[in-house]
Design a protein around this ligand. Structure first.
Ligand code: ASP
Length: 329
């Protein structure tokens, strides 16, 4: 059989056109099945709480269920790697906090690049932290805590969610400003770390208000302070760590939503529209306000808003972490 070049070219063009229109059709139909939202920490913890909260209104906006999948370990880097390697279809998306910006400096070998391996859906929420102890931990206030830690040093245990988790960063900042070295114990998320605190297996934990406000209000844990410069409306009687002597102590945890690099722009736009809808949902707004967590301005709930913020945070944290000499092999 003979092929003419012109026939071949025409066929090729038709096939290419078919490919393009199939792609355009599949993007227009997105999503026609559930979307997986990967959470890098254990179920029940603060990141999981935020993800499950927004998955419902996002799903409503998309017309499909948004399923939560917890992929835990190594301070969130296991999930970040999984998402970087996932098919860029929009059916796998990812929520992570500021650990995305500290990982490049903390991990000597990182199998993803936060600035090259993702598409950016938008910033999600800014969450303060609280310094907690098990209910029967002896110090009853911050001055007593300071004295107790000086006397007992690494006999005191401090839980966290692994290297690069915000509980880890908050703990590092706390130990360095207090001038003490505590016995740090890693968990797969602060959900399990909180269970250990409630069970009396660890002494201290620094964790986001998205998990801790109800525990503090119910008196299930002891609280020594909040990590913002001003007191929180959700916990007006809890002093800041800064006002109790740790001058300028401030940790507020920003979150972002990502998709694998190459996810088509129209799909990212749909996901962004769903995220924005979720962040404007009155129920979400009220729940986040009750947890003293802030919804970013709308221009930050955007691809450019998240990417610019991530870049700035990588540049901010890199030198700080390198100077402190903390890293994992
Ligand atoms: N609080 C986070 C979580 O488990 C982990 C962390 O970054 O400390 O959701």
């Amino acid at each position: 059989m003979k092929f003419r070049l012109s026939t071949l070219l025409r066929t090729g063009a038709a096939v290419a056109a078919l490919g393009v229109s199939t792609l355009a059709l599949s993007q227009a139909a997105f999503p026609d099945k559930p979307v997986s939202l990967i959470v890098p920490f254990a179920a029940g913890g603060p990141t999981d709480v935020v993800a499950r909260m927004i998955a419902i209104p996002m799903g409503k906006a998309l017309g499909q269920t948004v399923l939560i999948e917890n992929a835990v370990g190594a301070g969130g880097t296991i999930a970040a790697t999984k998402v970087a390697r996932a098919a860029p279809t929009g059916y796998t998306i990812f929520i992570h906090h500021m650990g995305m910006s500290t990982a490049p400096a903390l991990y000597k070998k990182l199998s993803f690049d936060p600035l090259k391996d993702y598409e950016y859906i938008g910033q999600v929420v800014d969450v303060p932290m609280t310094l907690l102890a098990r209910k029967d931990f002896p110090p009853t206030n911050f001055p007593e805590l300071a004295a107790y830690l000086k006397a007992n040093g690494n006999k005191v245990s401090l839980a966290n969610a692994g290297l690069g988790a915000v509980s880890h960063l908050c703990g590092l900042l706390f130990m360095s400003q207090m001038g003490v070295e505590l016995n740090t114990i890693p968990y797969s998320g602060t959900g399990p770390a909180m269970n250990a605190l409630l069970g009396g297996q660890v002494d201290l934990l620094c964790d986001q208000t998205t998990q801790t406000v109800p525990m503090i209000k119910d008196g299930r844990v002891k609280v020594y302070g909040v990590t913002t410069l001003n007191r929180l409306s959700a916990l007006p009687n809890v002093p800041t760590l800064s006002e109790q002597g740790l001058k300028g102590f401030e940790v507020k945890v920003w979150h972002g939503m990502y998709a694998p690099k190459g996810t088509p722009a129209p799909v990212i736009e749909k996901l962004n529209a769903a995220l924005r809808a979720a962040m404007q949902d009155p129920v979400i707004k009220q729940r986040l306000a009750e947890l003293s967590s802030d919804i970013p301005p709308m221009d930050k709930i955007s691809s450019a808003g998240l990417k610019t913020h991530l870049e700035a945070e990588i540049n901010k944290w890199g030198p700080v972490i390198k100077k402190a000499g903390i890293y994992a092999d």
